[in-house]
Design a protein around this ligand. Sequence first.
Ligand code: DGL
Length: 274
Amino acid sequence: MNLTGPIGVFDSGYGGLTVLKEIRNRLPQYDFLYLGDNARSPYGNRSFDVVYEYTLEAVNELFSRGCPLVILACNTASAKALRTIQQNDLPHLAPHNRVLGVIRPSTEVIGAMTKTGHVGVLATEGTVRSESYVIELHKFSPDTRVVQQACPMWVPLIENGSHMTDAGKVFIQDDVNALLRQDPKIDVIVLGCTHYPLISDYIQQIVPEGIQVISQGPIVAEKLESYLIAHPEIENRCLKNGKIQFLTSENTDVFNAKAQGFLGIEIFSEHVHF
Ligand code: DGL
C-alpha cells in the first residue's frame, strides 16, 4: 500500500486555502488535493467527538484518493482530532501514511518571535478550550505567557463573506480588544485559525503599533518542506506534477467562485458527499 498521490490538505471550509497558498508557493512542484468540508463548517463550536468524526471521514476520503500525507490545515481539527487519528486510527487504517497538523509547527517558532515574552492567541472556541496552544507553546518556550481569546463569530463571517461589513468589523474589534485587555504586554498575536489570515490586514490595522500579527501559512509551509526532506519514505510517494485539485462537501459552483477569488487560479472542484 505504498502508492503515490498528491499531498492532501484539509479544512472545515475555506480557511485551509490560506495554508495551501503558502505551501504551494514554497513547494510548487508537488501535487495537492484540497478538501473543504464547507457543508459542515464551522467546526469551531462543535464537540470533540463530532470534530474527530468529521476529520477522520475527511482523512479517509483523502487516503482513498491516494494521498500519502494529509495536512490538517485547520487548528480546530488539529487540536481535537489529530492526536487520536495519529495514535489510534493510523496504525490500522494506513500505517504507511501520515497526518500532520498546524499547531505544533506554529508553536515551535512563535516563542522566538516575542520580545516581551507575552503572546496572544486568537482562535475558535474549540481550539481555545483544548488549551493546545498553551500546552504546546510551553513545551518550546516555558517562560512565555500565553493568553487566548475565542472568536466564535469570525469563521461564520468569513465563510459567508461578511467579515468586512461594518457589523463584521465590530465583532473582530471586540474580540481583539478582549484579547489585549487580558494582557497589555502582548507583542505577538498568533492567528490560531486558518481562516483568520483573510482578515490579518484589518487586525494589524486595529492593534497598537509594535504588535506583530502572525499567520501560520508561511510557518507551516517551511516546516512541511523540512518534514519532506527528513522523511524520504513519504516524500518519494508524493506526486510532483505541480497539479492542484479541489473537493468540497458543498455546492461546487459556490466553492469554485470563492476559492478562485482567493487563490487567483481557475478552479473546478468535485463534490464529495459525507
Ligand atoms: N480553519 C479552521 C481552524 O483553523 C476553522 C474552524 C471552524 O470551522 O470553525 O480552526
